[in-house]
Design a protein. Structure first.
Length: 128
């Protein structure tokens, strides 16, 4: 199932690596490089958001129905400056038209870096 999501050009551009995808869940990582840092030498919020959004997209589309984000909220908890960041999505609810997901972004020590909540609208048309 992971191969299906290889076409996310933006995620690939910034270095997001999708590790796992299964029904309603997904995991990915990004190895922090200088290009991911902002003017404060911490990981740019956009890089963290893209990591979380990538697993949100994979998890929400894992049921073979096209799903698009309709609402997202992210809270940045702790700054990251080096190492690897991991994002893990888990499905909270799923029905015919809507699905909600909780995504945790952590560092290699397991410390919470960001908390991402997403809601997806599910179309009846099959994805990919």
């Amino acid at each position: 199932m992971k191969e299906k999501y290889k076409g996310d050009s933006f995620a690939e551009l910034i270095g997001v690596e999708l590790l796992e995808v299964s029904k309603g869940t997904a995991k990915a990582k990004i190895d922090i490089k200088k290009r991911h840092l902002n003017i404060h030498n911490t990981v740019h919020g956009g890089a963290i958001f893209t990591l979380a959004d990538t697993v949100f997209a994979a998890a929400s589309n894992s049921h073979n129905a096209a799903a698009m984000a309709i609402n997202i909220n992210i809270s940045y908890i702790k700054a990251a400056t080096e190492g690897t960041l991991y994002a893990e999505a888990r499905e909270i609810s799923l029905n015919r038209k809507l699905a909600t997901y909780s995504i945790s972004v952590t560092n290699e020590k397991g410390e919470l870096i960001a908390d991402f909540q997403g809601m997806a609208y599910r179309k009846e048309k099959r994805s990919g």
